[in-house]
Design a protein around this ligand. Structure first.
Ligand SMILES: NC(=O)c1ccc[n+]([C@@H]2O[C@H](COP(=O)([O-])OP(=O)(O)OC[C@H]3O[C@@H](n4cnc5c(N)ncnc54)[C@H](OP(=O)(O)O)[C@@H]3O)[C@@H](O)[C@H]2O)c1
Length: 408
């Protein structure tokens, strides 16, 4: 509403937006945006049952009542704009199928890295077979926290700051445990590979266990840690994963800091990715929502239907299980500082055919008797890595282990 009041320009778009009704939950809440008080209501039927309303903009979030509102809007002949990645990542198939059947458009660019309009970019690639992989920083809060930790702050201070700046969701686990990123990856991969996978089936690890030591050791190996969402086509199927990742310092995503989002698209036969950088929250998201309203209004006036084809994972595009993943790792341990510890760990890794390609330890990081130790290992398959770590965990001197994947 604020964006429309301050900046919307119908001379630029050729589309007149008449804001007819605003439905909220709490009518008594004070709001720092100006609007015609006559237009506010807490009854969704004030929108849904009005035949003269063409477009419904759903900005509630979560599954319900968002899902019912979206489906009922479509049934009543309205087009929909939504920024709700959660509902699309869970019920996208149902929503898009109904919209296609009833010839209604859905504008949903703001749901993933809004300002960058990455869903549009992927949608406009005229093939499911052109893209080998996408790599994204799609959760601004996680990226902000890791950037602050790179500057020396603790995880908790950085999370607190992310709250204060309004980046973090009310429930921080959505951000820091990779749930929000998995929801976005589910949408991105459905557009780029044509498979729809419930985000709950996506393998994910959050950033909450990453420490300042990990960031420091990553640097000694020539990497930075970024919260990545990855979709990659392999001969065995499609690999989908969300986790903190060591990214080479020379990669375009390594330079993306703070609350910024980014997506790198890898086309077959081309080494350098196409990378888009921008923001996904606040005014950039509002700009994207208004752009979607304009886009949907134009299509409505011309009777055009332009929806992505989203199908359930089929045999020809099978989603790989986590046991099949193969990536190099940085294995970080907290160990008792006693002679022979590194040797014992190296022996177990060697027994599982895991090759060590680097070791880092900074004596100043010792706290009491406990010392961090980072070991970089080549790809050996997750099964071998996790069996080796299970055995290492049994060593008395090993107090904590964090395996972090490396992107190469
Ligand atoms: N914030 C961002 O920068 C951003 C960026 C990209 C995508 N999104 C997505 O946009 C959506 C909204 O996010 P937000 O941050 O704006 O959330 P928010 O600040 O919590 O706003 C939610 C709005 O929905 C209204 N609402 C809640 N329950 C309702 C109900 N049962 N019936 C009618 N109205 C109801 C609330 O009314 P009251 O005002 O009365 O509480 C409030 O106005 C989410 O899907 C989010 O993922 C947000």
């Amino acid at each position: 509403v604020d964006y429309i009041n301050r900046l919307y320009d119908k001379d630029k778009t050729g589309v007149e937006i008449n804001l007819e009704r605003i439905v909220v939950k709490d009518l008594l809440k004070s709001r720092d945006v100006s609007f015609d008080e006559e237009k506010i209501s807490d009854d969704r039927d004030d929108i849904l049952r009005r035949d003269d309303i063409d477009i419904v903009v759903e900005l509630i979030g979560g599954y319900e009542p968002s899902l019912s509102i979206i489906l009922e809007s479509i049934e009543r002949g309205k087009d929909v704009v939504t920024a709700n990645k959660a509902v699309l990542a869970k019920y996208g198939y149902e929503i898009f199928s109904k919209a296609r059947r009833l010839r209604r458009n859905i504008g949903f660019q703001a749901s993933v890295c809004g300002e960058m309009r990455v869903l549009d970019i992927l949608f406009n690639i005229p093939s499911f077979k052109d893209v080998e992989a996408i790599l994204g920083i799609v959760n601004g809060t996680s990226n902000y926290i890791l950037s602050r930790m790179e500057d020396g702050e603790s995880y908790y201070d950085a999370l607190e700051e992310a709250y204060e700046k309004g980046y973090a969701e009310r429930d921080p686990s959505l951000d820091v445990e990779g749930i929000d990123a998995a929801q976005k990856l589910s949408l991105l991969s459905s557009i780029v590979f044509g498979i729809f996978l419930d985000f709950e089936g996506i393998s994910r690890e959050g950033i909450s266990r990453v420490t300042k030591s990990d960031i420091k050791y990553a640097k000694t190996f020539g990497y930075v840690i970024r919260p990545l969402a990855i979709a990659k086509r392999r001969s065995e199927g499609i690999e989908l994963r969300v986790h903190p990742t060591l990214v080479p310092e020379t990669h375009p995503l390594a330079a993306v800091r703070d609350e910024n989002n980014a997506l790198s698209i890898y086309f077959y036969g081309r080494k350098e990715p196409l990378t888009v950088i921008g923001k996904g929250a606040g005014e950039p998201a509002a700009r994207s929502i208004v752009a979607d309203i304009v886009d949907v209004a134009r299509k409505r006036s011309r009777g055009l239907l332009n929806l992505p084809r989203i199908e359930y994972s089929s045999e020809k595009s099978r989603v790989m299980s986590v046991e099949e993943f193969e990536t190099p790792y940085c294995l970080r341990f907290f160990v008792e500082d006693k002679p022979g510890t590194l040797g014992n760990i190296a022996l177990i890794l060697g027994n599982y055919g895991i090759n060590i390609s680097g070791v880092a330890q900074v004596p100043e990081d010792k706290v009491g008797d406990i010392m961090p130790l980072a070991i970089k290992v080549d790809s050996a398959g997750d099964e071998a890595i996790y069996k080796a770590l299970k055995e290492i965990r049994r060593l008395d001197r090993v107090k904590e282990i964090l395996p972090i994947r490396i992107y190469e």
